[in-house]
Design a protein around this ligand. Structure first.
Ligand code: GUN
Length: 297
């Protein structure tokens, strides 16, 4: 029997509806959650992502704003903008779209964002809170979205063997940190480009999370029968049989994996829609923390 699809679009829509309810409650108290996205340069893919973030934030009733800066923006100018946004009480969430042009240092920019407005969850304070298990920080949106997909699909996590392929700061590392938290309780292996015998690790996985950015590198024959497969990859590959000569695919070879897995996310329509939904969730939380219902004692 082929694997059941985990429908990221439907789960993301449910989360967005929940966020809209929370936004309405804040608005009733005179608080309009504000998300400001900063885009430096004119990378077309980044422009598309940023447009989607602004649109989604407005659809749930937030004040969504995009600030577009030229690729020639100096580091000092970008930091001055971040300072202004940090000080603006109408801005609850700040997101500086990555990648930045090569002359700008992303680490310096991320560290400048007020951790209380860092709805990306990239600031070292928020990464540290995740590792320690403190829940008053922000978790990077993609791994948070993967966890939500697993939870809302009823996947058993306690004691499960989870294998994460990829050790990026945005996905792989925070994903591992989330899965080992008490209460989630998975046993986690993180694989990367230097791992010996990747296939042997993958074969042990009850839950496989592929976040490595290599098209279709995980094939069905590597999987444990019945595994749950979450594909974070988003790769564009050349395919002459497609009308545009290219197609989008994940890090997992879907046709072979779907025959072995019990559940699997499609690409597109799996993890992708969850990232923006979790960003909205983080922003509404930032607004709630900035303006607690009973006021500050
Ligand atoms: N570029 C691609 N994905 C992301 C993201 O989640 N946050 C930021 N800031 N930049 C990105």
């Amino acid at each position: 029997m082929p694997a059941e699809l985990i429908d990221g679009k439907a789960i993301a829509a449910a989360i967005r509806a929940e966020v809209a309810v929370a936004v309405a409650a804040l608005r009733a108290r005179g608080v309009v959650p504000g998300l400001t996205v900063v885009l430096v340069g004119d990378d077309p893919a980044s422009a598309t992502y940023v447009g989607a973030k602004e649109k989604a934030s407005r659809e749930v009733g937030m004040a969504g704003t995009t600030i577009r800066l030229p690729a020639s923006t100096a580091q000092g100018e970008l930091l001055a903008l971040v300072d202004r946004l940090n000080a603006d009480p109408a801005v609850h969430g700040i997101l500086v779209q990555m990648p930045l042009p090569a002359h700008l240092d992303p680490d310096v920019v991320i560290r400048r964002i007020d951790p209380a407005k860092d709805v990306d969850g990239f600031h070292p304070v928020n990464v540290g809170k995740l590792l320690i298990g403190h829940t008053d920080g922000f978790v990077s949106c993609t791994p948070a979205g993967v966890l939500e997909l697993l939870r809302r699909s009823g996947v058993a996590l306690r004691g499960a063997e989870a294998v994460v392929i990829g050790r990026s700061n945005i996905v792989g590392k925070p994903m591992a940190a989330l899965l080992v938290q008490p209460g989630i309780d998975a046993t986690v292996t993180v694989c990367h480009s230097r791992s010996r015998d990747l296939a042997a690790h993958v074969r042990r996985a009850d839950i496989l999370i592929a976040a490595v950015g290599r098209a279709e590198m995980v094939t069905g024959d590597m999987l444990k029968p019945g595994a749950v497969v979450i594909d974070v990859g988003m790769n564009s590959v050349s395919d002459p049989s497609h009308p545009r000569g290219r197609r989008l695919c994940g890090d997992v070879h879907f046709p072979s994996a779907v025959a072995v897995a019990s559940r699997i996310t499609p690409v597109p329509g799996g993890v992708g829609p969850m990232t923006i939904a979790m960003l909205l969730g983080n922003t509404v939380r930032a607004a709630e923390w900035a303006a607690p219902a009973g006021g500050v004692a």
